[in-house]
Design a protein around this ligand. Structure first.
Ligand SMILES: [Zn+2]
Length: 466
């Protein structure tokens, strides 16, 4: 018997975990953290499958909602190997280590806060896992080349094909000895990323597990570099800084790459650029180590010993002191820092130094979820006298607030449909995951009508025989 079980990202957008069972062997595809507040308990609950019964884990890519629960799986008895692309083998350990540190900080912070309020939590103040646990987990990871089927369990192989979402992100094709095969999309890119190849289509399988994050929406078609150049030159004329909240993986590197292109075409003034994020700096090295995961032009730069991110005036500020020193620059500094939605990290310090200055700009390059500081700042746009709370104090947003649209790590509805329709061979069945309740069901119906496939939006812990 060969089956698929959906143990996460089933009618939700985080916590990706899919179990493939064939001939008595079990492979888990992704082991992601649930990030929605209301689903956090699932991170703490025992795994729906005994970890020591798994033969292997295969990762589609290194984002937290796809690999962030691995340290817990290892802590609870998983002894097998974790297979992914070589670039993901570089990124996943950075992401897990950072998450381990944050989990420890969170636990300490909660204990302090509860002590001050005179209460205690029932299950103590243990972190979900520690930095040390994450380092231990990294020892289980094996990186593989693109397009080659590697054995991951007796009678089961996995092959990785470009997914175009972040560096190293893969479509994973699992093939069982009994003839059953499944293609997992992981997260699917737009095809417009200037650094990495778009999603492959020559790796189809009878069964498709497909994401649907934007399965009900279309991206606006816009020219990113022109917008970026416009915001920069306006701020240059006002004599301020540009503060860019951005995610450490992919978005930060894409901005750097586009700044370099602007510079090379003579469209960048004399800015100093600060990449103020140890994780984003770490990812630069993963790019340099994995030229074969990049588009040909970028690959050639790396092979020639030139960094695709090299820019005159670029400073990488890994240490805290260097980070603080950035604030001595009152003008002419572009500062890239996390968190991408301003709900933590070094960006908050840079906001503190620039929010109240009319000369400066806060430039958003990614989605801002409701309830985040980023969304609050974005919503002050076009209104005067608006305040946001930062480090316990209300501050007036006097700087310019801008947004460059058009950056997206996820394919929109038309892009997923175009990719699915181009897959060869064509699937017969599709399982729609990684989307909200309505989106997954709507997108499953759309795939059925358009391609005549049998489709389903599986529910949490549902098992389906292939
Ligand atoms: Zn992702």
């Amino acid at each position: 018997m060969t089956s698929l079980s959906f143990l996460g990202a089933a009618r939700t957008v985080t916590g990706s975990k899919h179990l493939f069972e064939s001939g008595g062997h079990r492979v888990l595809i992704d082991c992601g953290l649930h990030q929605e507040r209301e689903l956090q308990d699932r991170n703490w609950a025992p795994f729906p499958i005994e970890p020591k019964l798994l033969d292997a884990v295969v990762l589609t890519h290194g984002h937290l909602d796809h690999c962030g629960l691995l340290p817990r799986l290892v802590k609870q008895g998983f002894r097998g190997r974790v297979h992914c692309t070589t670039a993901t083998a570089g990124i996943a350990p950075l992401v897990m280590a950072d998450s381990g540190r944050l989990q420890e900080e969170d636990a300490r912070f909660k204990e302090k806060r509860h002590a001050a309020a005179g209460r205690r939590m029932e299950h103590g103040y243990k972190p979900l896992y520690t930095h040390e646990d994450a380092l231990e987990t990294a020892r289980h990871i094996d990186g593989h080349a693109w397009h080659v089927a590697v054995p991951v369990a007796p009678g089961i192989t996995a092959a990785f094909h470009p997914a175009g979402h972040i560096l190293g992100s893969a479509l994973v094709r699992l093939q069982a000895a009994d003839g059953h095969a499944v293609l997992f999309s992981g997260d699917l890119g737009t095809g417009g990323n200037p650094l990495i190849e778009g999603p492959a289509t020559n790796c189809g399988a009878p069964n498709l597990v497909v994401e649907s994050t934007y399965g009900d929406r279309e991206h606006e078609a816009t020219e990113v570099s022109d917008q970026l150049a416009g915001v920069l030159s306006a701020t240059w004329r006002r004599g301020g800084n540009v503060v860019v909240p951005c995610f450490a993986i992919e978005r930060a590197q894409e901005i750097l790459f586009r700044l370099r292109q602007l510079h090379d075409s003579g469209r960048l003034d004399g800015w100093r650029v600060f990449l103020d994020s140890p994780m984003a700096i770490g990812v630069l090295q993963v790019f340099r180590d994995n030229p074969e995961s990049c588009l040909p032009a970028v690959r050639q730069l790396i092979k020639d010993g030139r960094s695709p991110f090299d820019l005159p005036g670029l400073s990488l500020t890994a240490g805290r002191e260097d980070s603080k020193a950035i604030n001595e620059h009152r003008r002419g500094a572009i500062i890239l820092a996390g968190a991408g939605m301003c709900n933590g990290g070094r960006i908050k310090h840079h906001l503190e130094h620039n929010l109240e200055r009319t000369e400066s700009t806060v430039l958003f390059v990614g989605y801002q979820a409701s309830g985040t500081l980023g969304r609050q700042i974005l919503e002050t746009r076009g209104k005067s006298g608006q305040e946001v709370r930062l480090f316990g104090r209300f501050r007036q947003v006097r700087c310019a607030v801008e947004q460059v649209r058009g950056f997206s790590g996820h394919a929109d509805k038309s892009q997923i449909l175009a990719w699915a329709g181009a897959l060869s061979p064509q699937p017969k069945r599709a399982f729609v995951v990684h989307g909200g309740e309505n989106v997954t069901q709507g997108f499953a119906a759309e795939l059925a009508t358009r391609f005549g496939w049998q489709t389903v939006a599986p529910t949490y812990q549902q098992t389906i025989e292939l």
